[in-house]
Design a protein around this ligand. Structure first.
Ligand code: ZN
Length: 328
């Protein structure tokens, strides 16, 4: 009897241990499942974070750099002499303008194409065709906004001989002006403005009152104020505030937004070399990539990479290479 009782007691103890082990295993399984679920959720969260950071990295890249990626390029050969042509050529006391053989084909008499929203001082004033078209648009825009037709163009293209004549006359009067070959007016891309009204006759352009509109809006038409008074130490030109220069819309926008003279902009673009990085920015609902290709030697052809399908422009910088502007 005692023996039977002991056996029954042992059986009862075994059953209790089995239950304890089962309960422990059950809770361990629950904990394991909870851990699994938690792990999966954490992983999802990490993926979401990684996706967001990827997106923000991409958007940063879009606003700054990288040539290549999504645009296909092809190599073309451009004559070295072309570095002296284009809307971004830098002409100043250090960089002489090289007159092209086909100069006359690039110029047009303003009198032939001008609209009625401005005046010209002389019917023989001529200008680069592209810049003249942009000037017409700007003057039309000015009239729409300010109902004013008093802007008078007093100068645009100037030949080397004309500039030298002016230079010599100025010297006789102890006035220093730019020598022939080094004036931006040789390019046909620059224009001098005055204000003419019957009441006040001719007076110098000043960007105040209604004329402030021109200063504020010229970039939309591809023009910049080339010689801002606060940058005369960089441009070398003082007191020539009536002078506007055509550089093309995206460049005018970028230069103005970043307060850069053409000297500074040309230097900045040398950091954006093809194959490494390009200057990417948006303006007036369009996206642009701009990059620079150095022309390695004088004479012969230069390898220039341009997009296969996107529209683009090439301009020399009149210093040492080309600037390619791609519309994306
Ligand atoms: Zn001028």
């Amino acid at each position: 009897m005692n023996f039977d009782n002991k056996q029954a007691q042992n059986k009862f103890k075994r059953l209790r241990y089995d239950r304890i082990i089962m309960v422990a295993v059950f809770f361990a399984a629950i904990i394991f499942i909870i851990c699994l679920i938690h792990g999966a959720v954490s992983k999802d969260k990490k993926n979401i974070n990684e996706t967001s950071s990827q997106t923000s990295t991409n958007s940063t890249a879009d606003t700054t750099v990288h040539t290549g990626g999504r645009i296909e390029f092809q190599k073309i050969y451009v004559s070295y002499e072309e570095i002296h042509k284009g809307e971004l050529i830098l002409v100043n006391n250090e960089h002489e303008y090289i007159f092209p053989d086909d100069e006359s084909s690039q110029l047009i008499c303003l009198d032939e194409i001008k609209n009625d929203f401005y005046k010209i001082k002389d019917i023989n004033i001529s200008m680069n065709k592209l810049a003249a078209k942009a000037l017409n648009s700007m003057m039309s825009g000015f009239f729409q906004e300010k109902s004013n037709k008093d802007i008078m163009i007093t100068g645009a293209y100037i030949s080397k001989n004309q500039q030298n004549l002016m230079y010599n006359q100025a010297l006789e009067n102890s006035i220093k002006i730019t020598k022939g070959g080094y004036s931006e007016h040789h390019t046909g891309l620059a224009v001098d403005m005055s204000i003419y009204s019957e009441k006040e006759n001719l007076k110098p352009f000043s960007p105040v009152g209604k004329y402030e509109w021109i200063k504020e809006n010229c970039t939309k038409y591809g023009f910049v104020r080339r010689y801002p008074p606060e940058k005369s130490d960089i441009t070398g030109i003082k007191d020539h505030f009536e002078h506007f220069r055509y550089v093309g819309i995206p460049h005018a926008y970028y230069m103005t937004e970043n307060n850069l003279t053409l000297e500074e902009y040309i230097e900045l673009l040398k950091n954006y070399t093809f194959g490494n990085k390009s200057l990417s920015f948006s303006c007036y609902s369009k996206n642009y990539e701009v990059y620079y290709i150095k022309a390695k030697s004088s004479g012969g052809n230069v390898d220039v990479y341009v997009p296969s399908t996107n529209s683009y422009t090439i301009s020399g910088n009149n210093v040492d290479g080309f600037i390619i502007t791609v519309e994306k």
